[in-house]
Structures are given as C-alpha cells and as structure tokens.
Design a protein around this ligand. Structure first.
Ligand code: AGP
Length: 613
C-alpha cells in the first residue's frame, strides 16, 4: 500500500528519495509526492499517477535540500489527487508529514482542529497530523530543544488507528522525527547519513544496517546520530541489525519484470529455504524453535492462518501435516478467523504465514490466538516484520525480497518450509516411519533441480497463453493436493491478467459449476496424485464433452486423449507436488498478462502488502 522514504545527510536528498520511491512502486499506489528542506523553507511537489510524473515535474531539479521525505499514496480517504497526496503540511507550512496507515478518529480530530482555527485543504485523514503537531508545538511554552519531539509525541498520543509517520520542520533544518504504530517503519544507518523507509528494499542499495522500530517508538534523526525514545519520551537503546539481502536482489537483472525474474529465481530460493533446515542424511533442524515432544503430544489441533497466496500455501501443506502427525489441521483465512470466535486453547498450535509480515488481518488473527493462550509460530520472509515480533517463534523463508505484487517465489518457499516443518515435528514425535520420512526428505532435496527442469522449457506455455489470453473465464480443476494448486493458479491469473477465473475441486463440478461449461471455454486440470488421476480424468472428459479446451499439468503418464495440451512435470511424492505443479501455472498467468500488454508487476487496485483491514 502506501510507501515512505526519507533521507537526512550530506547529499542532495531528491535523487535518493526518487530512487526509493521507484523501489516502493511495487507496493501499489496512485500518486506520489516529495518535500525537502531548503534552509528554512519546505518545498513540496506532488503528482498523481506514476513516480515518473513526479520525476518529470518542473522544479524537481531545484530541490537542493539534504533532508527530505517522500511518499507513494494508495488512496483510502479521498480520491487520488495532488491535494490528497502526501507530504501534507500544517496551515503555517512549518511541518511536513508523510503517513502510512489509517487514522480512525480523524473526523473527531478534524473537528477539534477546525474549532481551533485550522483549515483543511484535502479530504485525507493524514492532514490532521501536521496540524495537530503544530497545535501542540504552539501550546508548548518551554523553548528548549525538545519542543519538536514533544509536539510529535503529543500528536501521536491523540491518534487512533495505525500510522508510520515521518516529520520534518522548517524550524529544525537538521533533524527528522519519526514514529510508528501498526504500520512498518525502519531506520537505515550509515555514517553521516540516515534513511527511513516503510520497506527495507527502498534503502537497500544505500545501507544494510537497519534499526527496527516497535509500536509507539519515536526516533529523532540527525545526519550523524539517531536517538530512540519510548512513548513517554524516555531514551531507549536499539541494536543495529545487518540485513542479509543483496542490493541486486531488488533489481530486475535483465528480466522484463520482477515477476518473471522471481519465477526464475525459484530453484535458488527453494534451495536456500531447504538448506537452512534440511541436509542430506540428517534430522531436520529448526534451531529457532523450542518445541518439545511433550508439547506436540499434548496438541489437539493445528491452525494455519493467512491471506491470499500465503493461505493457499497453508492449504497445500494441510495433508502432509495430518498424514505425518495424525493431528487435525484447519486452514483459515485470517480476515474470517479473527471474527468467528475460533476454538483455540493452549493445546492448539497456531502457524501464521505472511510473506510481508505486515498483513493487517493476519496480525489481528495472531493477536487473537495469543490472547487465547495458543503457541504461535510466524512463517515470514521479511526480517523484523511485525508478525515476527509478535509471534512466539519465527521461521524465515529466506526467499529474498519479493517485489512483484503476484507472489511466486515466496509461495514455493512457504510450502517447502512447512513441508520440512511437518517432517521435523514427525521426527520429534516419532509419529511416522523414519523410512517414509527419509524418502520425503530426499524428494525435497531434489526439488530445486526439478523446478529448473520445468523452467528450461517455457515455449509450450507461451504458445498456450497466446491462444487463451482473450478469454473471459478460465476454470482450474484439481482433487486432493491439486485443489489448493488450482486455487493458487486461479488467484494468480485473475490478479495480473484481469480474466475471471475460478478453481473447483473436480468432484464438485457436477454439483453446480458444470452449468458454466460451454463450447470453447478453457479448463486447466492438475493431476499429480496417481490415486486420484482416473477420477479427475473422468471430470475432464465431462467438460470436454461440453466443448471445453483443456490444458493438463501432470506428473502422471496419461494418454493425450483429446486434451489440447499436456504439460509434463517431473515426478515427486504427491504430498510435496504443489511446489512443482504451481510453476507452469505461474508462467501461464505471467504470459497471458504479457499477451494482454498489462503491467504484471503492478496490477490495478492491488498492493503488495495489505496493511489495512
Ligand atoms: C499474492 O499473489 C497476493 N498478492 C496476495 O494474495 C498475498 O499473498 C496476500 O495479500 C498475503 O500477503 P502476505 O503473505 O504478505 O501476508
């Protein structure tokens, strides 16, 4: 959703801020803006549309300040317009603010400020913040150096909802004040230069040394130092973290789009995920967990909770957990889970999956689980993200930064990681024959090569994409372990190609959806479980009889029959087959979207991390 970048140092801020905004584009936005401090004056330029419009705007070159803040806005309160985009200034142009999140009590605060003589120029919730800061600043009768900090703190005390804010002031040309609550913000450290960002990739090419802010923390940044405070303005100390991500991992590296680059990275990312927990001829290893056999024996249920693709990763591993542990597993959508009063107690283990670690619904579901006494494990890709700080334990997927809105490499890493976790629990519990676990482990170790093999021939998928890109409806069918893959393929296709698609458990067809099958419609069948293949083939025959075009993804030796195209993928244990069967389907949605001439990395209306409910 919205993105924040800020700089304070000895270089001209504008190029660094624009570069950061370009790196934040993937979060999804509809306008962008920048403010820099020129001696005792705040310059402010805002544009609707792409960051490029801001970059091309007259006057940008004249912003010479070495302190600045910039923002990409994804409209919530008020339409996408220059007036509504950030940074927002107070009435006296003393304070400029960029803000991510939602101020739930903004109407009340606006009334209060209006009654105190303030005017509003935008429809946003954010505009109350600079004016509140000004209000408290002007009421503070102490004229010491802490006045700016106190004004920001007092304003934050009044805010209900979520915020990550960065504030500059023309009265303090050598500092920046930032704070956060329920919305991510990091401080990047380099000698004589400091950075702030809502997302690490925005500043990764400048520094890998990061301070993570907790809720209500306030930081006061100078070019040569940073002071951290708690919500009562007591000074606190923080550890500097070194982020392992490589700056080149946020570049396209010669690929047309981030999405295709990330699809092709999967042999490497899967290998990284595996190598952290699984070595040949050894027991699985999760040093970050402290889960005993007694605890696992006491469990009556495992919940896996997440949103979107991450939730599909949960569905893809339900079977392996249940089969290896004989413990019932429920997979739930975080936005539903948080409101349905789920049955949780201290015998429930909760797994929360989130690539970004910032998804509002997943975080709320985690808070609920904790309040009911369950042990919680976060599976995340982003070091220090909110979910990793809230959960009892965190396991990182090590997929590297995922920039494309459509999640690909994060999904396969999530599934691989959870498969290994299921085997680890089975090893601790002794709940499965070790011979079976060894076979599974050896199959997991072979996955990177098998994904590579799938990626070595993309021509047939490209050709098929050319045949179907003009369609209005596409159906995905699968049984058992193939059904969650059908769901993931359908989500991928709709989010980047805007083609309506649905996924069905193949056996459900006759209970309604088959009414939609008519001549020429495309149906994609996924078949990776030999026990279920004949059944799914029968369902596919039924749609072909009604004129459907069929694409089959399979690791079974099936006859071509009258299928339009059969894509063969390498064989593996059906419990872990989603890691392979999803790859041609990721490619299919990518090539369909490219045929349609769409921006695959930044699909309309979507944001990479959904930080509001
Ligand atoms: C994936 O392609 C989607 N963009 C989306 O469903 C995503 O997986 C979902 O929003 C969850 O995000 P998270 O993993 O960062 O929590």
């Amino acid at each position: 959703m919205c993105g924040i970048i800020g700089y304070i140092g000895n270089k001209k801020a504008t190029p660094i801020l624009i570069d950061g905004l370009l790196k934040l584009e993937y979060r999804g936005y509809d306008s962008a803006g920048i403010s820099t401090l020129e001696d005792t004056y705040i310059s402010n330029i805002k544009k609707t549309g792409r960051v490029k419009n801001l970059y091309d705007s007259e006057g940008l070159d004249n912003l010479n300040g070495t302190i600045g803040i910039a923002h990409t806005r994804w409209a919530t309160h008020g339409k996408p317009s220059c007036e509504n985009s950030h940074p927002h200034l107070d009435n006296s142009n003393t304070f400029a603010v960029v803000h991510n999140g939602i101020i739930e009590n903004y109407a009340e605060l606006r009334t209060f400020l209006t009654n105190n003589g303030y005017n509003f120029l935008s429809e946003t919730d954010t505009e109350v913040i600079p004016n509140l800061i000004h209000y408290y600043f002007s009421k503070d009768t102490k004229n010491d150096d802490g006045k700016f900090l106190r004004a920001v703190k007092s304003a934050c005390n009044d805010l209900k909802g979520s915020y990550a804010i960065s504030v500059i002031s023309k009265l303090y040309p050598n500092r920046m004040v930032v704070s956060r609550k329920d919305s991510p913000l990091v401080v990047g450290y380099r000698d004589n230069e400091k950075y702030i960002a809502s997302d690490i990739p925005a500043i990764l090419s400048y520094t890998k040394n990061i301070y993570l802010l907790n809720d209500y923390d306030i930081a006061e940044l100078y070019n040569d130092s940073v002071n951290f405070y708690d919500k009562n303005l007591n000074k606190i100390s923080k550890d500097l973290k070194n982020i392992e991500w490589d700056a080149s991992s946020v570049e396209k590296d010669g690929f047309d789009d981030y999405m295709i680059k990330e699809i092709f990275e999967q042999p490497k990312t899967i290998r990284e995920t595996i190598s952290s927990h699984l070595q040949e001829n050894e027991l699985c290893n999760f040093p970050e967990l402290n889960i005993s056999k007694d605890y696992l024996t006491s469990l009556n249920k495992i919940f896996i909770v997440a949103c979107g693709t991450a939730m599909h990763a949960g569905l893809a591993v339900k079977n392996i957990f249940e089969k290896l542990l004989s413990i019932p597993v429920e997979v739930d959508i975080a936005s539903e889970f948080r409101y349905r009063n789920p049955l949780i107690d201290n015998k429930t283990l909760m797994l929360f999956i989130s690539q970004s670690g910032e998804t509002a619904d997943t975080l709320a579901a985690l808070a609920l689980a904790k309040s009911k006494g369950a042990k919680t494990i976060a599976i995340s890709n982003v070091v220090g993200s909110s979910i990793t700080r809230e959960a009892d334990y965190t396991i990182y997927t090590h997929a590297g930064p995922e920039i494309a809105v459509a999640s690909t490499k994060a999904y396969t890493s999530q599934v691989v990681l959870l498969d290994i976790l299921a085997i680890h629990f089975a090893e601790v519990l002794g709940s499965s024959a070790s011979k079976d676990l060894e076979v599974l482990k050896s199959n997991l170790l072979k996955l990177p090569e098998k994904v590579k093999e799938i990626l070595s021939n993309t021509d047939t998928i490209k050709d098929f994409a050319k045949k179907i890109y003009n369609e209005h409806d596409i159906f995905f069918l699968g049984r058992g372990i193939d059904y969650p893959v059908a769901m993931e393929a359908s989500l991928k296709l709709k989010e980047i190609s805007y083609i309506h698609s649905d996924a069905y458990a193949a056996g459900e067809l006759k209970h309604g959806p088959i009414a939609l099958i008519e001549n020429g419609i495309t149906v994609v069948g996924i078949l990776t479980d030999s026990a279920l293949t004949p059944k799914t083939i029968s369902n596919l025959q039924e749609v072909m009889t009604r004129g459907a075009k069929t694409l089959i993804i399979t690791n079974q030796s099936i006859k071509k029959n009258n299928f339009n195209l059969v894509i063969n993928i390498p064989e593996t244990d059906s419990l872990i087959s989603p890691i392979l069967s999803v790859v041609p389907l990721q490619l299919l949605s990518y090539y369909v979207a490219k045929e349609k001439g769409l921006d695959v990395d930044k699909p309309r209306n979507l944001a990479k991390s959904v930080t509001v409910e």
